[in-house]
Unconditional design. Structure first.
Length: 239
């Protein structure tokens, strides 16, 4: 039988009927129950959820919200409808997991710690004092905890996400080494997941900073923000 774009039977083929043949199986890593739960949790919200198996990399749940049902396009879309979609400030066509680029924030402290350990300038038992703020040049950098964490070593700094520890620790690492570590972990480049329009994010190196601010327009203080996953750094949720 002949069908239209909606899958409705509109008549019999004039020459002959062709019996359907089984196609190739499609196997997904998506966990259907988990996927449905994540989709339900994001109704009315803007953002993304990505759950993966840390050992295998299998994607178990993948949600970008708000999104659009493919049914929107099945019966044809008028110019007005298309204009409304592409001008929607919530960007329903944006796959936030692969194309949304955001500063990662404090979770990136884990990555920052690797070159610090490799350079062996700071040992795990090294302590510093967090009083809630840190003076660097003519600037004051604050910890998220207003009263400070007191004495912190590497373990406590990670457990309590102490900004002051990382402000000081990053100064033992050259920018080039930090950039190299980030790229070795897959940041600043696409993951090659088999989905279209993946963005690479941004790991700002010396060339980028010189172009952006001029050779003398940035300083070591720039790295204090980068150490915390803030500033110019951008990553995708997938990364």
């Amino acid at each position: 039988f002949e069908v239209n774009v909606r899958g409705e039977i509109v008549g019999q083929l004039l020459d002959r009927n062709i019996q359907p043949m089984p196609g190739t199986d499609v196997r997904l890593t998506i966990h259907s129950v988990l996927q449905e739960a994540m989709e339900q949790s994001m109704i009315g919200k803007k953002g993304s959820v990505l759950v993966s198996n840390a050992k295998t990399g299998d994607v178990l749940a993948f949600v970008s919200s708000p999104g659009l049902s493919p049914e929107v396009f099945s019966g044809g879309t008028s110019n007005e409808e298309w204009e409304n979609i592409i001008k929607d400030s919530n960007k329903p066509l944006l796959n936030r997991n692969t194309s949304g680029q955001y500063p990662p924030g404090s979770i990136f402290k884990l990555i920052t710690l690797f070159p610090v350990i490799e350079e062996k300038k700071i040992l795990s038992n090294w302590e510093t004092f967090c009083g809630g703020s840190y003076n660097f040049g003519d600037r004051v950098f604050n910890c998220w905890k207003e009263g400070g964490h007191g004495a912190v070593n590497m373990e406590k700094a990670l457990a309590q996400s102490c900004n002051i520890y990382f402000y000081q620790a990053i100064q033992s690492v050259p920018l080039k080494k930090w950039v190299e570590t980030c790229r070795n972990f897959g940041f600043g480049k696409i993951t090659h997941i088999d989905l279209p329009e993946e963005k690479s994010g941004l790991i700002p190196d010396r060339k980028f900073l010189n172009t952006q601010y001029g050779k003398w327009g940035w300083s070591k203080g720039t790295m204090l923000n980068l150490a915390l996953g803030q500033g110019e750094i951008l990553v995708t949720p997938l990364q």
